[in-house]
Write a protein that binds this ligand. Structure first.
Ligand code: NDP
Ligand code: GO6
Length: 313
């Protein structure tokens, strides 16, 4: 079978750059959207040029330029979006409606992967304000995709390791705690942690796979299903130093939202769903025809979290 030609939108972003790399590595003809809005962002431009040097084609169009966008998507078979959905970055998920419009008009795209890559928004109908906006927006994009009958795959990638693992799930820092660590409740609720490069590898694997067409694919590899306590124990072993554990009751954690900025309020809600409620692991995969990435692609040697943490030691 011919390998699909891919367009990555949001290609210079944190996850998007890994999608470009994985698409090239898996032998796809790879295009990256180059937005004229980059202006004087010299780092973004240099990154785009490095993609080109690695064999990608740069397609220039603004998300506000419908005709340009249609022309771009006409050159590929698959569109992968990794637009920002992080509140302390630029959060522009709804701009993907423009992409859906262009894909609809072009009519040639076999598969669209919208920017999801977290908790499954379809399971977050009960999510707390203000964090629920992330899930509501992702559901709005899904609705537009499905109404336009566009082939799709939704990737639920759980926790990006860099945001959750080295900091032992502490908020407002990305570095390992030195002395003390806040533990959510009893610390035994299971979450799922993923190396971001592996997220991209699995994601690109799905794009030509009929088993993933019009489905949600969860990334839930067995050895990366871990409680906060298990993660802390791995770091203590690696660093050779025990940390003081400070249990935080659910209500106290939720109350920590008050009076803080929006990004933190969003984060506290998300962390509550993950670490108190267990929203990443409190359901079985497959009851509704969903798939699991490490079962679909057992050949992928996914990164375990002790190995991921080594770079911080
Ligand atoms: P980034 O914040 O790195 O942004 C990605 C890209 O979005 C940018 O590079 C840019 O594309 C594009 N973008 C941003 N603002 C605009 C704008 N105004 N107009 C057009 N394009 C814009 O995104 P992430 O990689 O952090 O997030 C990707 C996805 O991953 C999101 O859906 C997010 O919710 C999810 N996520 C999940 C996490 C988890 O733990 N599960 C953690 C973090 C994110 P360009 O390259 O063209 O400039
Ligand atoms: C990641 C974060 C980390 C917030 C998801 C505040 C959507 C998802 C696991 O961008 O709010 O310090 O699923 O102080 O579906 C952010 C969000 C986490 C990272 C969660 C996310 C995860 C978005 C913080 C912080 C490290």
């Amino acid at each position: 079978m011919e390998k699909s030609r891919v367009l990555v939108v949001g290609g210079t972003g944190y996850l998007g750059r890994r999608m470009v790399k994985a698409s090239l590595a898996q032998g796809h003809e790879t295009c990256v959207l180059m937005r004229p809005e980059i202006g004087l962002d010299i780092d973004k431009l240099q990154m785009l040029l490095s993609f080109k040097a690695q064999g990608a084609r740069l397609l220039e169009a603004s998300l506000d330029d419908h005709r340009g966008l249609v022309a771009a998507v006409k050159q590929v078979d698959v569109v992968v979006s990794a637009m920002s959905g992080v509140h302390f970055r630029s959060h522009n998920l709804l701009l993907q409606l423009k992409l859906v419009e262009a894909i609809k008009e072009a009519g040639n795209v076999k598969r669209f992967l919208p920017s999801e890559f977290g908790m499954d928004p379809a399971r977050m109908g009960h999510a707390l304000e203000p964090g629920r906006v992330t899930f509501d927006e992702k559901m709005e994009i899904r609705k537009a995709i499905e109404e336009a009958n566009i082939g799709h795959t939704y990737i639920s990638a759980n926790c990006f390791a860099a945001y959750f693992v080295p900091n032992l799930c502490q908020m407002r820092t990305l570095l390992p705690p030195k002395e003390k660590v806040n533990v959510y409740g009893d610390g035994n609720v299971k979450a799922i942690f993923m190396d971001e490069d592996d997220i991209a590898t699995y994601t690109i694997k799905t794009i030509d796979d009929p088993r993933a067409l019009n489905k949600t694919v969860y990334l839930r590899p067995l050895e990366n299903i871990l409680s906060q306590n298990e993660l802390i124990a791995k770091w203590e072993k690696l660093s050779g130093k025990a940390l003081e554990k400070i249990p935080i009751p659910s209500a106290e954690f939720l109350a920590s939202m008050e009076g803080t900025d929006l990004a933190n309020q969003v984060g506290v809600g998300h962390y509550h769903h993950i670490f108190y409620e267990g929203c990443l692991t409190n359901f079985a995969i497959g009851d509704d025809g969903e798939e699991e990435g490490s079962l679909l692609y057992p050949e992928v040697q996914y990164t375990r979290m002790e190995e991921y943490m080594e770079r911080y030691a």
